[in-house]
Design a protein around this ligand. Sequence first.
Ligand code: PLP
Length: 399
Amino acid sequence: FLPEIRNEKVITPVMPTYARADLAFEKGDGPYLFAQDGRRFLDFGSGIAVNTLGHAHPHLVKMLSEQVAKLWHTSNLYRIPGQEKLAERLVANTFADTVFFCNSGAEANEAGIKMLRRYQHVSGTPEKNRILVATNAFHGRTLGTLTAGYSDKYREGFGPMPEGFDRVAFGNLNELRNAITPNTGGILIEPIQGEGGICRPPEGYLEGVRKAADEFGMLVMFDEVQTGIGRTGKLFAYEWSDMVPDIVSSAKGLGGGFPVGALLASEKAAVALPAGMHGTTFGGNPLAMAAANAVLDEVLKPGFMDHVLDMSQLIRDGLDAIARKHPGFIAEVRGMGLLLGMKTVPTNVDVVAKLRELNLLTVPAGDNVVRLLPPLNITKSHVDEALEAIDACAAALTK
Ligand code: PLP
């Protein structure tokens, strides 16, 4: 049986780091994906909260096509007008004074972790190099972000891991305050946990985090890789609270399907990374910036966020009706905007598989949650279609 003995390779050319569904798509149109075998799927996963405007959105296609014909990449050795435009728009619409561009969520978080640490270094308190992180957190798959994240499974065998993270229960302000030592310099949390199961902290928690940080000379960084770019019905989820963070990471929805990451920061925090202290070859290249600017053209239109919230309410109302009709299927509905989590009674993996059979794509998360992350520009007819599939799934799995 051993491959060496049979002198045969069993590994696939694509490194098998994912247990993939046996399904390949060849075309997308709005919230629909078309498989190679002709089946049409309603995409309520959006490539894990990425396709902000669905697939092949005409404005994105136009802006990217124009840029493709002009200029792809120049490096950060030169000014990049698309970067300057995107940064100005993010600054104008958030707490941030300045933005660093990269290519993914994990990279944005790495940059943020470096900024948290080095802020204390340049402030004359280099001993404050430890960062408080939360249970059930997910921040990415690099060594640093894996250490900040909760899952032991994801770290298994990859040690030694970087040092300097202390974990507290997400949402528990007392525990957070008690965990602060003279060596604590920053707090890194998701304002709503995504992979952990679409978990919102209790009322007042984020404000309490801010207060504790101010009291003890610490910075607050939010990982908004999943929650940002309108997903919750605000450009960034922190806007739902009565506080502002010092640093916010963004990715996923920012490029609408093109890999773009960003680290937003206040001037106070960003002095930690002067010229030469952080970098990237690809980050913020003209092609990526064309994609992200095109996404913002749509997301920043008046009424866009109201639409997200309207669609969210329709889904929630529909899920409530399904929960009443099929007891023993939905345990709880969580989240905000179109970052919705349906905790199910059957296993979430079974529900996601059954929904896929019914041509609805969703994404599992922790705590037995099925994530509903449709493109933000879906309409009522798409919601109705999704609810019909969820109703049929509930009927099938509670029989
Ligand atoms: N942070 C959060 C909250 C995420 O949900 C994810 C991805 O799921 C990441 C970071 C990592 O982003 P990426 O996969 O782009 O590195």
